[in-house]
Structures are given as structure tokens and as C-alpha cells.
Design a protein. Structure first.
Lengths: 398, 143
């Protein structure tokens, strides 16, 4: 089985780009990743691209749209949508194509433009016998952050977490993001500023919830044979690429559902898909949480960061706040969390955010992350948070 | 005025307001809203019937939504924050989300008894859309 090497990466700055189409952004990062690998566009053997629902029909086939712009070469192109887990799903598809020996080079592209504010529902067939639950949850009035707020209040009850903890996550990640030229938000916020931001779904405030952004990222994955031929240095290896879905009996009320197993009757852990995806990745890599030098996790909200440190095995239940208080999760600490600045500094661009994490880890492992470099970074894990219990984790090593 | 349920079959008003889910006759798994099959992966019979859920449960969590959700949510202008509560129904082993009614969120305490009611969600051209809401149970202190 061939090793899978990250030969090149491309990243577009994140923000709002009304003058630029997602096709241009996608083409830019695609060519960026190809050039970074020392390859030509015509050397790419296969492509996988995020199927972007906000882009309509051409967005759902974004890979073909980008290939048509850059010049069609007849290669296999798969377009995949797995909500926020799309990036990881794309990585896994490309990983499988290379480890199986099917291809020596696969280009992974995520480009996305997102609507402002709460993510709205996607239009559905009018003649379905029952309205989909996604319609009903909006009639009830449950935007995405409300799901996270419901979990956070339970955390406060169970472990005594405070509003200050939520704000401190943002203070830390905004400091990291202020060091990243690709981030959309580069202002380092103080605790007072975060706590003064408007309440959205209590206890979550505006600055503690990630925005929706336009963004694009691409990764050129190659076999070890191809990497040798290209002279890739240093060899950043994809040591694991997992994908997991939810388990029956999980008490998480999943977006966009309205019920779940009760906490008392649960037979699976909270965020079972995320816990599984991390476990699968550790197993695949033959490594554990203790081996990781840093982590890029899905800080869709401050609650996520506190919860995912536990879900990904970095500490026991209710202990994330201690790591945060001790400064261990900040740059310079024992386990920097989201040195990129995280989604709180970039904003969500669902098709691209999982790939953004891979780009950041690659730069960190190459030692080219500049002011936000994690000293001596050799191993890291990434994980996203996908709607409706979809999740993926990747481990990169050098 | 014409009344339309937000989700057909998801609740009843008689003999008392209650959510209606599905219950598997083979493994007792309860689902809400009702499913056409049993979601337990280890259940092979998957023989489900509609089943009312206990009227009263306990408050598991809540949040107040301070910005109006997008359509099809119908927001009053000016928007009045809505509180969404999560109620645990112990006998059925499920927790369900719905709007709070009949109490200020300041009154809410984890574990307090909550009961299901059926009330209008909003009015549009088609008439009144009704659905389930939760309120602190009559005379209910902590459960
Ligand atoms: Zn069953």
C-alpha cells in the first residue's frame, strides 16, 4: 500500500468576495496546489471537489466547473457533499485512490461561498408527502447555534463552566488568527470585548460563534513514488483519514433534528460520530492523542472547542476548561489548539474548511507557518464537525 | 380560522395535549417524529406503531434565540426573542426540542417538570399553523 504524501497546498484568503466567483477562487487554489507540488495541471490524474449546495447545479459539480475553466483533461472527477465533513470526505476519497494504487496524484479542492447569517434551509421537493424535518425545525425556530447552546448549558450545569470560559476560547483563537494573513478576522479580542458582544443563543455570544465565509483551499496528494520523483521535501505524510457517522442511542440533538435519545437512556456518547472518527484515525495512524503536537479542531462555536478536546481524547470529561485556564491550548502551550486561528477567525465555508485545516497542518509540519509556528511540530490531527452526524479526522506526520 | 399542524401526526390535543412518536413493538424504541421503521440497528423486526409520548417530562436544557431565524420561521416585527427548551421524557428514553410558552426563561431550572401543550406557532395566508410547545407543569416545582 502506497503512503500518501501532501505534495502541494493552495489557500485563498477567507472573507466575503462579492466580485469574485467561487469558480475563480477554486481555480486559483487548484493551480496553487499543483504549482506548490512542482507539477503541471496536465499531470493531475484525478480530482475530487466539494459539491457546493449554495452554487446551484454547477456548484454541485464544482470539480467539473473548475476543470472546464482550467482546461478539461478527461480525468476522473468526483464531487462530494458531506456537509461540514466534506473536506475530510474528499481527503479520504483521494487517500483511498492513492493507497489502492489506482492513481499517483489526486487533487482535492474545496471552494465555497456561504449565505450570510444563520444557514438557511435548502429548497426541497414540493410534492413530498411530509415536510422534511429541516423545514419543521425552522418553523419551531431552532437555528444552528441554538443546538450548540443547548449542549453548552448542560456543560455549565455538569462541570461549572462559565461564560468567561466561552469568551476565553475566542480570545485565544482570535490571538492565533491575528497572526494568520489568510484569516478573515485578524483582530485579537480581549475578554471584555467578547463578553460585550451581543447574545445570539444564550450562553453563546456573537463573537463565540463562527461566521459564514467565502473561502477555498486545495491539496495535491501523491503516492510516495510520485513524491520521490517530484523531490518533495519535507515529506508530509497523511497517516490517517477517517470518516464516521453517528451511532444509535447518541444523545446529541443533531442539526436539523428535533429529538434524540435522552441523556439518561443514551447508549452511545455525545457526538458519537466525532468520537469514532478520532478513534479510527488514531488507530489507523498507530498513534494516540498524547502523540499529537497540536490540533486543528472544529471551533464552530466556543462550545465546540471545549467539547471536542474531550471527544478527541485529549482530556477527560469536564476537563477542557482546565487546559484552557492553564494556557495549555494557546500557542506556546503544551497542546496548541487551532494555531491557524480556527473557524472563529476564518468563518465557515463548508466545502473548504476541512481542507483549510490540512493546508495549515502542512505549513506547520513544513515549519513555514511564520509567526504562528508551533515549535517542533511533527504530528497533528484535524477534525471537523458535520451536520447530521458526519465526521472525519485526519492525522498528518513528518 | 383554519388550523394546520406544523407536522401532521406529530401531536394530539385530545384527550390531553401530547407528542406522538412511533414505538417499536419488538424492541420498544421510541422515535420522534414518528418513523415508518425502527431506528434501532440491532432490531430486525422493525414493527412500529404510533405512540403518544408522556405529557410531562423534565427540563434538560434551554436557550433564548435573540436574532430571528430565517423563513419558514415567521418572526414578528419587531422580533421578540424566543426560548427553545429541551425536555427529557424518561419513560420513552428521548429528549425533544420545542418552544417555551407560559413562562419567562428566568423561571427555568434544570430538572423542573415541563408539560406539553398545543398552541399556534404563527398565522399566515393559509390560517393558523399550530404545533407543540412546552411550559412548566401545573403546580410543578422540581420533579
Ligand atoms: Zn425495534
Amino acid at each position: 500500500m502506497s503512503d500518501v504524501i501532501v505534495a502541494g497546498v493552495g489557500l485563498h484568503p477567507w472573507g466575503k468576495f462579492p466580485e469574485k466567483s467561487w469558480v475563480e477562487m477554486g481555480a486559483e487554489v487548484a493551480m496553487g496546489a499543483v504549482a506548490d507540488a512542482g507539477m503541471e495541471w496536465t499531470d493531475v490524474e484525478a480530482m475530487v471537489s466539494g459539491a457546493m449546495q449554495w452554487g446551484g447545479s454547477t456548484g454541485m459539480r464544482s470539480g467539473n466547473t473548475i476543470a472546464a475553466a482550467l482546461g478539461e483533461t478527461g480525468v476522473p472527477i468526483a464531487n462530494i457533499n458531506n456537509a461540514c465533513a466534506s473536506g475530510g470526505s474528499l481527503m479520504r476519497a483521494a487517500y483511498a485512490m492513492i493507497t489502492s494504487g489506482m492513481h499517483d496524484s489526486v487533487l482535492v479542492i474545496g471552494t465555497d461561498k456561504s449565505p450570510k447569517g444563520y444557514f438557511p434551509s435548502v429548497p426541497v421537493l414540493a410534492d413530498e408527502p411530509r415536510p422534511p424535518v429541516d423545514m419543521v425545525r425552522w418553523q419551531v425556530g431552532v437555528p444552528n447555534p441554538a443546538y450548540w447552546a443547548l449542549e453548552m448549558r448542560k456543560r455549565m450545569e455538569a462541570y461549572g463552566s462559565t461564560e468567561e470560559h466561552l469568551a476565553q476560547v475566542k480570545v485565544k483563537n482570535s490571538r492565533h488568527g491575528s497572526l494568520n494573513p489568510y484569516a478573515r478576522y485578524r483582530k485579537a479580542f480581549t475578554l471584555e470585548q467578547v463578553l460585550a458582544s451581543p447574545m445570539v443563543c444564550d450562553p453563546l455570544r456573537l463573537l463565540e460563534i463562527c461566521a459564514t465565509s467565502d473561502g477555498a483551499a486545495a491539496v495535491m496528494l501523491v503516492s510516495d513514488k510520485k513524491a520521490r520523483r517530484l523531490g518533495v521535501r519535507p515529506l508530509v505524510k497523511v497517516a490517517a483519514c477517517s470518516l464516521a457517522s453517528g451511532e444509535f442511542g447518541d444523545p446529541t440533538i443533531r442539526i436539523p433534528l428535533l429529538a434524540a435519545a435522552s441523556d439518561g437512556a443514551a447508549t452511545a456518547p455525545l457526538l458519537s460520530e466525532s468520537r469514532l472518527a478520532a478513534q479510527m484515525a488514531y488507530e489507523q495512524a498507530g498513534l494516540g492523542p498524547e502523540d499529537m503536537d497540536f490540533v486543528e479542531l472544529p471551533d464552530n462555536s466556543s462550545w465546540h472547542e471545549l467539547q471536542y478536546l474531550e471527544t478527541m481524547g485529549f482530556c477527560g470529561e469536564g476537563e477542557s476548561e482546565k487546559l484552557l485556564d492553564a494556557g495549555e491550548t494557546a500557542l506556546g502551550g503544551r497542546l496548541p489548539v487551532c494555531p491557524s486561528g480556527g473557524f472563529s477567525s476564518f468563518g465557515e465555508a463548508t466545502m473548504a474548511q476541512g481542507i483549510l485545516q490540512i493546508v495549515e497542518v502542512t505549513w506547520q509540519l513544513r515549519g513555514t507557518a511564520g509567526a504562528r509556528q508551533v515549535e517542533g511540530a511533527r504530528k497533528a490531527i484535524t477534525e471537523v464537525y458535520g451536520a447530521q452526524a458526519n465526521n472525519s479526522a485526519c492525522i498528518l506526520t513528518t | 380560522m383554519k388550523q394546520t399542524p406544523v407536522l401532521e401526526g406529530a401531536f394530539v390535543s385530545d384527550p390531553e395535549p401530547a407528542l406522538v412518536g412511533s414505538c417499536c413493538r419488538s424492541c420498544d424504541t421510541v422515535a420522534f417524529p414518528a418513523s415508518f421503521t425502527c431506528p434501532n440497528p440491532r432490531c430486525s423486526r422493525k414493527d412500529v406503531v404510533a405512540a403518544p409520548i408522556s405529557r410531562t417530562g423534565r427540563l434538560a436544557s434551554w436557550t433564548t434565540v435573540h436574532f430571528p431565524p430565517p423563513p419558514p420561521f415567521v418572526a414578528p416585527d419587531p422580533f421578540v426573542p424566543i426560548t427553545v427548551v429541551e425536555v427529557e421524557f424518561t419513560s420513552e428514553g428521548i429528549q425533544v426540542v420545542g418552544p417555551l410558552t407560559g413562562a419567562s426563561p428566568d423561571r427555568l431550572r434544570t430538572g423542573m417538570a415541563m408539560e406539553t401543550v398545543v398552541e399556534p406557532y404563527y398565522t399566515d395566508d393559509s390560517g393558523e399553523v399550530i404545533g407543540w410547545k412546552f411550559r412548566p407543569a401545573e403546580g410543578g416545582g422540581d420533579e
